[in-house]
Write a protein that binds this ligand. Structure first.
Ligand SMILES: C[S@@+](CC[C@H](N)C(=O)[O-])C[C@H]1O[C@@H](n2cnc3c(N)ncnc32)[C@H](O)[C@@H]1O
Length: 258
């Protein structure tokens, strides 16, 4: 919530993100650490709606917002979206073709979800696109050790479904190992990424630069110089393309900084 407010209003074409589901942050001490009380979930929705509001603000009228979630966090996402005045246009089901862990009293989940919230002038590139996508997923078979790494081609498919202009800017406020950034480079657009963990920021930067070197573009800006000067570490950091984004008073630099 430090970096998002520095991004100018209506400057971003697409937000694709995979935030912490924070379902284990509840006060109930649920033994599986997976889900708290309804009140805990509504508290989580309060935090979600705070950054959703920022997402809504930075998106252009042609923009859209895709956020990963699962069946447990869906209520939180829906409340957060409606509280932020966004609503949900679609719910994409990702059939992972491999079940996650089940319990004694529930079914093993084969799917993850991506909630789509679109602004008034957003257009789907191919209107026959359906809402169930299959993509085999296996734990610990990603490019990095990030426990929540998503497949690059799955995110690239989301990007390609959106009708984007040539200089479109894609934002991921929780970039983890940088999957959205890599997919954005592969699709030939510009990228802003935010990640609070310095280890994953570094992994993401390396991956995205490598994808960029293979033909796409990324320039770098660190809008958290103020926070870093104040000694906060690791602060949120961002990759961006300043030629397409007014800097809103932020520091510009030609190299990655932490
Ligand atoms: C679910 S992971 C994203 C994984 C990513 N999709 C990938 O493929 O690697 C969420 C990430 O958000 C980061 N994060 C959590 N809270 C954050 C915050 N307030 N600001 C920025 N990043 C945050 C975590 O460090 C974590 O890496």
């Amino acid at each position: 919530m430090e970096v998002l407010p520095t991004i100018p209003t209506a400057s971003v074409d697409l937000v694709v993100t995979d935030p912490p589901y924070i379902l284990s942050a509840g006060s109930s001490g649920h033994q599986a650490g997976k889900i708290g009380t309804w009140a805990d979930m509504m508290n989580a929705a309060y935090w979600y709606s705070a950054w959703y509001s920022q997402v809504y603000r930075v998106l252009k009228p042609t923009g859209s917002f895709w956020t990963f979630c699962n069946w447990r966090s869906l209520a939180v996402v829906q409340k957060g979206l409606f509280d932020a005045g966004m609503g949900m246009a679609s719910l994409l089901v990702w059939n992972k073709k491999q079940p996650g862990p089940g319990g004694n009293n529930g079914l093993r989940p084969y799917y993850e979800l991506v909630a789509l919230s679109s602004k008034e002038n957003f257009k789907i590139h191919n209107r026959s696109t359906g809402d169930i996508w299959e993509r085999q997923w296996q734990s610990h078979h990603g490019e990095t050790e990030h426990p929540a790494e998503k497949p690059v081609d799955f995110v690239a498919r989301i990007i390609n479904v959106c009708e984007l202009s040539e200089n479109a800017v894609v934002l991921d406020p929780f970039m983890g190992s940088g999957t959205t950034g890599v997919a954005t480079m592969e699709c030939g657009f510009d990228f802003i990424g935010i990640e609070q963990d310095s280890k994953w920021f570094s992994v993401a930067s390396t991956r995205i630069k490598s994808a960029q070197a293979q033909g796409a573009r990324v320039l770098v800006r660190n809008p958290t110089k103020r926070a870093l000067d104040a000694g906060d570490s690791p602060a949120q950091l961002a990759l961006s393309t300043p030629e397409h984004l007014p800097t809103a008073g932020a520091d510009s630099t030609p190299a990655l900084r932490q």
